[in-house]
Every structure is written in C-alpha cells, then in structure tokens.
Write a protein that binds this ligand. Structure first.
Ligand code: ADP
Length: 484
C-alpha cells in the first residue's frame, strides 16, 4: 500500500432524477409499448434496480419506423439545411448544460467511473453534435456530388460501452445529412438515450425525426428486418454484425458496421518507457477494457520487456478500483453479469492454455460485478486470449525481436480496428503505421477520439467509417464516395 490514501469523493446522485419507468420515444412522445412489456435496468456496481424500461416488439418498431418515415417525408427532408444545423447546435448546447446530470446517469447505468463519463463520454457526445451542426449546410461543397440526398429512414443499434457517445456518433451525422432515425440502445444501458429523448423535446426537434425504442436483440432484429428502413448503422459484436449483414443481403438496405477488435499496442525498444507504460494502462484499463479499439494485445520488443513489465506491474498496483461514483476511481464495475461471466470464461482459457496470470492485490466490492486489472504473460499467438476479444480489463502480453516480427504478429488477427505504436523515431512510426492493417493508428498515445477523425475497421472489424467527412458519406446518396 502507498503511504497515503485519498479520502473518498463521491459525486452526488441527487441530480440524476431517474423516473421509476420509461416508455418508448415515438413521434416526439413517450408512449407505452403496445403489449405493455418491460424490463429492468440496474446499476452494475450495486445491483440496484434503477428503472423499468419499455420493451419494444415488432408492432412498436413498426410504429416508430412509420413515425420516422412520416417525419422524413413531411418535415425533415423539407427543412432547410441551415435549420437542421441549428437544431443540432441546440442539442449540443443542451447536452453541455445538462452535462453533469448525463454523466451521473451514465455512470449509474453503465458502471464506468464518473471521471470518465464526466471528462470523456459527455463532452465528446456534445462535440459530435457541434461538429455535425457545422456540416449540415455544407454537404454540397464537400465532394459528395451535386446536391447529395439523405438515404431516408435509418435504423441504428448501439452497444452498452459508451451509451450516449455511441448515440451521438449515430444520430448527429444522420440528422446533419437530412435523415430521420429509429435508434435502439443496448438493453443494459438505456437511460441516457431516454434522457436524450427529453433533450430532443427540449430542443423543439420536429416530432418523429428521432425515435428511441428500447429492448434487446430481438427488438434490434425487428428493426433490421423492417421493410421500410433504408439503412442500418450498427455498433456491436462481430457475430451480430455478421447476422445483420446476412439478413439485409437480399434487400436494398445499406449498412455501416462497427464491430470488434483485438488491437496491438506495439512498444519498440526506443520508446519513452514511462510514457509507454501510461499508454498501455490507458489502452486496456480505460472504461474497464469495454472498448472495441482497446489495446488488448501488448507487443513488446524483447530487450525492453522486463523493464516494461516491472513498471507496468508497479503502475497497475496504483489503480483504484471501486465505487464508480467516486471521483478518484480509475476502474469501475463490469457492465453486466453476462459480461463478467464471459471475461472469466476467456481468462480461464488463458490459465488452461499455459499463460501466466498476474493481478495486483486489490479488494473487490462484495456487491456488483467486478474484475481486477489483469495481465497474462507467456502468451502465444494461438492462445484464445491472444485471438478473441475479451472486452474486459485483461491484457495479453507477447514479445517480438525485430520490427518486422512485431508487425507480422500485430497483423496476425481477424480484426483490424486500431493499433498503437510507441517509438521515439518518427521514421519508424511512419514505417510501422504503413504496415499495420488497422483503421485507426495512434502514435505515442492511445484512445484519442475526435469527431473530425474517421473511425472504423479493416477485415472483421467492420464496414465503413464513422466521424469526419467519411462518416457522412454513409448517410448520403451520392455517386461520389469519400476516398478511404
Ligand atoms: P455486445 O457484445 O457488445 O453486447 P451485441 O452485438 O450483442 O454486443 O449488442 C450490441 C447491440 O446489438 C445491442 O443493442 C443489442 O441489443 C443488439 N443486438 C443483439 N442481437 C441483435 C440482433 N440479432 N439483431 C440486431 N441487434 C441485435
């Protein structure tokens, strides 16, 4: 233990004001699901029920899509681009004004540390709306051809790791381009999307432009299969992404899919070691490792591996795990019982296949879902922990001798979402970046996001890009596509 400990600094829940129950947001109003079914959303750090959420089935999806179609035809497609921009700007401002409330609700529903929801999720979500507000009336001048048109009604399905941020990644470009949307949040984290529905009302957004339907995978599949959807935008697992691709293959629906990853974080011998150690920690322990672009495969050049591991272990011993509402907490709760089970299952395969597990000594809370920060050394490329996405605070460490071997190992994966390079030599960074098959490559940093920067993957990490000018192209009908 260190010589001193921080006193606890809990954020107050008072601002959260969570209702006992929520309906579906269709046509600008909260309505009860047709069959009156509901499910509970809980706080994964305490297992307390936060609210009862309406469960949307096929009938409700049909109503939501009809409402989006009618808003598209009658209102939104006729709204001048400049006016669309004003709505987006207004939404961004309201998100800023209500930022603290959103951060608290996100942390309660998701389990992530308040420091991260407050400093990353919510500000970035607002930034996405600001950024796309600027695009709304400039689409004609951006190389999308003469008068690019919206695709129409978009079905959007998002995961639970960055609930409001993923909503912003989806809704902001869709609306800027003139589409209307039906969005389904993940079943374990619906609350900030429902709070966002209130923001749409507050901003005076025309009814039906944004519809929010809550439910599980069956609800998501009903949205994907609705005949009047023009495009699906999905972020989630590769398995579900493939199922979506199959089910729309014989239709005119287009899709963007942002799927899994198993990013290599490459540390070359000439890297600034202390900075690299911080980058490793950020790369895998940010958001409990519930990050599709997490640096979950550490590739270290062999001659600096011992030094890196020693410093990494010392740094990991300082990670504070516990109450996500405490402003000092670094590592919060695992989002659900199912996810915790999955992390245990894959990690045990690491033990069984002969890798060596290490975690710092830490006391996990007795209630809720928790997993300690963990590294595996002695990992070989064939181990499941080196190949499969764990989506938890678990790092697999591999080594390489030459830069060429490092690149070969980094690319030896079915994924290609992101990668990190740590080196003091600019020429080596550029050389490595060129060899790596990953959509996003960070150099001497990790997990940096910006609305202007396109995000997306190679291989089984997905189709298309989100963010920047490239992201807009997926929401427009145009003969000219943004260059990759
Ligand atoms: P994760 O592994 O992150 O939970 P999933 O791909 O299972 O990822 O879930 C991401 C989102 O996709 C969630 O909103 C979930 O409800 C939804 N979903 C799950 N199964 C399907 C499906 N078959 N069709 C459409 N959406 C689905």
């Amino acid at each position: 233990m260190s010589n001193f400990e921080y006193a606890s600094a809990p954020e107050s829940k008072a601002i959260a004001n969570i209702s006992d129950s929520y309906g579906l947001f269709i046509g600008g109003k909260f309505v009860d699901p047709r069959k009156g079914k509901s499910f509970e959303t809980i706080n994964p750090a305490t297992e307390e029920v936060l609210s009862k959420i309406g469960y949307a089935d096929k009938l409700d999806i049909d109503l939501a899509v009809k409402s989006a179609r009618s808003a598209f035809t009658k209102v939104w497609s006729k709204t001048p681009a400049k006016e669309r921009g004003k709505y987006l700007y207004r939404i961004a401002r309201i998100l800023q004004v209500r930022a603290r409330e959103f951060a608290v609700v996100e942390t309660l529903d998701n389990g992530k540390p308040i420091r991260e929801s407050r400093d990353t999720d919510i500000p970035l979500a607002a930034a996405h709306f600001f950024y796309h507000a600027g695009w709304a009336d400039k689409l004609e001048y951006a190389g999308f051809g003469n008068k690019p048109k919206p695709v129409g009604v978009v079905g959007q399905i998002i995961p639970w790791n960055f609930p409001l941020l993923m909503l912003a990644w989806k809704i902001a470009p869709a609306l800027a381009a003139g589409n209307t949307v039906v969005l389904k949040p993940a079943e374990t984290t619906p609350l900030t999307a429902l709070l966002f529905a209130q923001v749409c009302q507050q901003a005076g957004l025309p009814d039906g432009v944004v519809n929010i339907v809550t439910g599980d995978g069956i609800t998501g599949a009903a949205l994907v299969n609705h005949p009047d959807i023009n495009k699906i935008a999905f972020t989630g697992s590769t398995e579900v992404g493939k199922a979506i691709a199959r089910s729309i293959s014989a239709t005119n629906k287009s899709a963007t899919l942002e799927l899994g990853g198993k990013a290599a974080n490459l540390i070359f011998e000439d890297a600034a070691i202390d900075e690299a150690v911080e980058g490793i920690v950020n790369g895998i322990f940010f958001n409990q490792g519930h990050v599709c672009c997490a640096g979950s495969r550490l590739l270290v050049q062999e001659n600096v591996a011992d030094e890196i591991l020693e410093k990494l272990k010392a740094r990991m011993s300082l990670i504070r795990i516990g109450d996500p509402m405490d402003k000092n907490t670094d590592l919060g709760a695992i989002n659900s019982k199912e996810q915790l089970k999955r992390i245990h299952e894959i990690s045990k395969s690491g033990d069984a296949e002969g890798a060596n597990r290490w975690s710092p000594e830490c006391k996990l809370p007795s209630k809720g879902y928790w997993y300690p920060p963990t590294i595996f050394t002695g990992v070989s490329q064939s181990h499941r922990i080196a190949r499969e996405e764990i989506f938890g605070p678990v790092l697999s460490v591999l080594t390489f001798r030459t830069p060429a071997e490092g690149i070969e190992k980094a690319n030896n994966t079915m994924y290609g979402l992101s990668a990190g390079i740590w080196s003091d030599k600019g020429a080596k960074v550029l050389w490595a970046a060129k060899q790596l098959k990953a959509g996003v490559i960070w150099s001497n940093t990790f997990n940096k996001f910006d609305p202007a920067s396109p995000f997306g993957g190679y291989k089984e990490s997905g189709w298309g890009r989100e963010g920047g000018r490239h992201g807009l192209s997926g929401y427009l009908k145009s003969d000219v596509k943004a260059s990759k």
